[in-house]
Design a binder for this molecule. Sequence first.
Ligand SMILES: [Mn+2]
Length: 434
Amino acid sequence: MNTHVDIDPRDRNFIAESNASAVTSLQGDYDALAAQLRRRGIEIERVTSGVMDFHVAIPSWGVGTGGTRFARFPGPGEPRHVFDKLEDCAVIHALTGATPTVSLHIPWDRADPQELKVRANDLGLGFDAMNSNTFQDQKAQPHSYKYGSLTHTEAAVRDQAVEHNLECIQLGLALGSKALTVWIADGANFPGQQHLARAFERYLESAARIYAALPPDWTMLLEHKMYEPAFYATVIQDWGTSLLAAQTLGAQARCLVDLGHHAPHVNIEMIVARLIHAGKLGGFHFNDSKYGDDDLDAGSVEPFRLFLVFNELVDAEWRGAAEDSPAHMLDQSHNITDPIESLMSSATELQRAYAQALLVDREQLSALQQGNDVMQAQQALKRAFTTDVQPILAEARRRKGAAIEPIALYRSSGYRAACARRRPPLSGSRSGIV
Ligand SMILES: [Mn+2]
């Protein structure tokens, strides 16, 4: 590692200079992969340009250190407010070339929209979906969400939760966002606590009021989650309920699939296929998990599952079944790593899964499926998944003026240490996971 310290990692010259030492070996690896793919009838440039066009939004809450319900261990130089967060997001985008937008969370990121817009423009960033928060009480809030928000038994609480979502839409309009993500924590910890049918009816009624305020070019993304904080029953607990709600609300309502929000062993790629069939796949919150909603880094535990999700997306495009492209967002909690490194790594893992999915010979796979050639069909997928596409990812970054080796370059810039000097730590503990 070189010894640069306190260099802005977004500096184009710094990136180009750091890339220079790796260009020759990258070119050799890229040419070798191109030759290998050509023998398989695949033109590498098609894949590389696909990767160059791939984008994923960074969640504003992701650049801070996360935590569990047990503890949070703050890292050095954490962002103190939304403007620090935007700065970190700009670093991630400069080095990966894959993350041009930020998904804000209200009220955590509440600020003057004009100021936000100007700062984001200066940093070369745009805004993705707005996220509302009715899962915790805010200061000076008249009504508590302890027993629910959009599904609360009291109309005044539901009104307050609806109003908050309408405010998120207004803020998003000022920022150029095109979507509102709604996740509610409403549910029950005891059988008998909540009338299961009536709670869902109240949800539909409240959600319809939010839906009615959507600008015509906006999407309302309904995020489901099986459990936590409610441990007996959650109102919007699975993709079936989410789909039912989206279909009831109307064409602008779609389902958001958070990879961590399912029962263990659930076949997520199949859910993706079903939602595509219904024309209701609105977007993703990418992360990884082993036991529950672990919020681990995307692709870190089950890269094959991530590939299979992208395989469904690429297949849908190939057969013309995809309507609008689903929104890609990361949603993970970085408890013990530098969040910037985790987010860069995760964005790269998504690109990897996407590139691998682009390598699947779909004509061939389709024929194998039709002919019930089980062994060759599964090998057709495995062949794509086991191809080392690293040179494609690195070359895509290089062509976009991003870093061939994002994490190494980030470390050599000394950015985190510089942040630690100019961002004094905030007191108190918080976690930020949705
Ligand atoms: Mn999520």
